[in-house]
Design a protein around this ligand. Sequence first.
Ligand code: NAP
Length: 273
Amino acid sequence: MILDGKQTSEKVLAMVQEKVAAMEIKPHLVVILVGDNPASKIYVRNKQKAALKVGIQSTVIEMPSETAEEELLNTIEELNNDINVTGILVQLPLPKHIDKNKVITKISPLKDVDGFTPENVGRLAIGLEPYFYPATPQGIIMLLDEYNIPIEGADAVVIGRSNIVGKPMTQMLLKRNATVTTCHSYTSNIEDKIKTADIVISAVGKKIVRCKMVKKNSVVVDVGIFKDENGQLTGDVDFDLVSKSAGFISPVPGGVGPMTIASLMFNASKIYQ
Ligand code: NAP
């Protein structure tokens, strides 16, 4: 069975739209884009489109690639203090001369719609409710819940340990009482680990889940999205092979991608001030 991220994301967006329509004070998301990375421009445009669709006001601040770190930090400080701004998102990656962690740390945790600040990451890690969960893992949990996939007690394998997907995914599955194995580039025998998992979530950016023998009726979520040797968009999972054994599988495109945007809009609709 296909985990349909497109259809599920429409449901989430409709729910957010309804919530925003009923809000007296509307949320206002500010996205900061530094430089002219073409992929980042597309991501920002998609976020703006989604915001417009659900009635969230959005503003994009474009800054040139040579922007000084100090200037970016000052801009964030102003947005932190602006009561008309309810969400701040700095599009990554940033130019090399800017320290990403300094920038993320500067964002107010109450406006951190990406859920990347140390306070929100720390709250998740110690079992407190973060103000915002990172969009991609939150979107994946929403997708699993939509299909009533049991998480509690499940053996889950997360492949990848990035701050934006792998690590928060592991934390969120632990929070839901799954038993989680987190794999990375130093992990041995990944295939054996995949074969015994009830839930496999792959966030690598390489064709890594090839084995036919994923556990029968297991759930396979493909986060990866990259271009193959023919320039075609593809995911981490060999869909044709793996779908023969899996019970549920998410496609690329149309799986995690749309859920990430919907989940971000869910976050952007929250107002904490
Ligand atoms: P990342 O920061 O590059 O992290 C990749 C992770 O994969 C790292 O933890 C790395 O291990 C691990 N890895 C690399 N080679 C491996 C191997 N051979 N075996 C096992 N693990 C390996 O990437 P990311 O930002 O998490 O993104 C991962 C993928 O998801 C990318 O394709 C990205 O485009 C996609 N993505 C999609 C969405 C969406 O909404 N659809 C959102 C975010 C990301 P080490 O830590 O040891 O280096």
